[in-house]
Design a protein. Structure first.
Length: 446
């Protein structure tokens, strides 16, 4: 055993008790070390926090070895939400893939869709052909999605440390954004709105005005979070110096997003490797130098404010135009509209393909059932999601279905930091640390 300073060849448990194999050394020292080790083992216990614990952000299992209230070892147990989405995508065409990826990290569906479509567009060689209006709307929807995701992070984190008011405020404000999503896509989540080559449909009439009103309302409510939490001594006492992870630790473990920026490094793909025209928008990268849970909280608050700035710039940039590439071999043939029954084909489009144009009907049938072909190759595209770098590696064998699609989900990578944040701290601080990571298990298990 380790407690016998290398003079023991090991120990094993038998029906008679624990048996030690000892080679050399003073007997009193060997026996004393064995006794001390046994006492230490008796005092340590293994605790399973989850997979159904209310503080583990979904079906995450935390295996904690604790000595009293101190966490000596912490490990993650994942796989309880496995959906097989990446494998399923190999049996669906390229457009149908969007309805799968949107369900992975279910708090950031529009980031999943956009990253996937950017990778497919790289393989198709149509990145520059995506209409300007489509790119602007993608940015607009992603930034709204960033705010809604951060609101859930603040609300859930507040609830877990006893701040039910923060939870109510967060979910109240998230409804403003979900109403906008429902207006634009027909759904509150799992949208399937971003498609290879553009969007499923344009913004409906009145959407820009409603979005402006939503931005105005959310901006008016932002000071409430400062009053309730940012300067609250009780709130700070639970977060300051908890879940500490410095820059070296983040780099070693591959952490990105608010965890990395809380160390003072302003790494944000929207600035370092722009996509969808982000280089044309004015915004600041939120950073902190605390490297703790409180710094990550402050970053999410500031990112919400910056996202509101970007949304307003998107609304100002909206110009009339198409939202899908002109190539009819790629462009989704449907003319979708939001009606009383949700999202579906417009009646005018149905009238045309069913009664006026046999060619349009044949084209619609082939493209919907078979899909378009993507040239042989592989591509990687990454976006800055609410949790960090969300990357997609797409491989095509030249067919109408992906050969392989793999996501580098930030929740999966960031969960590696849990042990470094929690070991040596208190059990109560594990809850705060995991909340500051903000993992979503749909993105972890896939």
């Amino acid at each position: 055993m380790s407690g016998i300073e290398g003079k023991s060849a090991g120990a094993r448990d038998t029906t008679e008790g624990r048996v030690y194999t000892v080679t050399g050394g003073d007997w009193d020292e060997v026996a004393g070390a064995a006794q001390r080790q046994e006492r230490a083992d008796d005092e340590r216990i293994i605790v399973n926090m989850g997979p159904q614990h209310p503080s583990t952000h979904g079906v995450l299992r935390l295996i904690l070895e604790i000595d009293g209230e101190t966490v000596k070892q912490a490990r993650c147990g994942i796989g309880y939400l496995h959906t097989g989405i990446e494998k399923n995508m190999e049996f669906r065409n390229w457009v149908q893939g969007t309805t799968f990826v949107t369900r992975m990290d279910y708090l950031t569906p529009l980031f999943n869709e956009t990253a996937y479509c950017l990778a497919v567009e790289k393989l198709l060689g149509i990145t520059e052909q995506v209409p300007e209006r489509a790119s602007v709307i993608r940015v607009l929807m992603m930034e709204l999605n960033r705010i809604s995701s951060h609101l859930v992070a603040l609300a859930a984190g507040g609830m877990e440390i006893g701040s039910t008011t923060l939870m109510v405020y967060g979910f109240r404000d998230r409804e403003v954004i979900l109403d906008i999503f429902e207006l634009v896509t027909g759904l509150r989540m799992n949208h399937g709105y971003v498609r290879p080559g553009g969007l499923a449909q344009d913004l409906p009439p009145g959407a820009p005005d409603q979005i402006r009103e939503g931005v105005k309302l959310l901006r008016s409510r932002m000071p409430e979070y400062d009053k309730l939490a940012t300067k609250n001594p009780a709130f700070k006492a639970r977060l300051v110096d908890v879940g500490h992870l410095d820059l070296a630790g983040c780099m070693a473990l591959g952490a990105t997003g608010p965890i990395l920026r809380a160390t003072g490094l302003p790494h944000d793909l929207r600035k370092t490797d722009p996509y969808c025209g982000y280089e044309e928008y004015e915004f600041e990268v939120a950073v902190a130098d605390t490297a703790d849970s409180y710094g990550r909280f402050l970053i999410r608050l500031e990112e919400m404010r910056q996202s509101l700035r970007i949304v307003e710039q998107c609304l100002d940039r909206l110009a009339p135009g198409p939202v899908m590439v002109a190539d009819k071999k790629i462009a989704w043939p449907a003319q979708l509209a939001v009606g009383p029954d949700g999202l579906g084909n417009s009646l005018d489009h149905i009238r045309k393909i069913m009664g006026e144009s046999m060619e349009a009907l044949i084209h619609h049938f082939k493209l919907v059932t078979e899909g378009f072909r993507v040239p042989v190759g592989q591509a990687y595209a990454a976006v800055e999601s609410a949790r960090g770098e969300l990357g997609v590696h797409v491989v095509s064998d030249g067919g109408t279905r992906p050969y392989r699609v793999h996501f580098r989900d930030p929740s999966f990578t960031n969960l590696q930091t849990m042990a470094a944040m929690c070991e040596g701290g208190q059990v109560a601080d594990v809850i705060v640390a995991v909340a500051s990571i903000d993992p979503v298990m749909g993105g972890v298990d896939r």
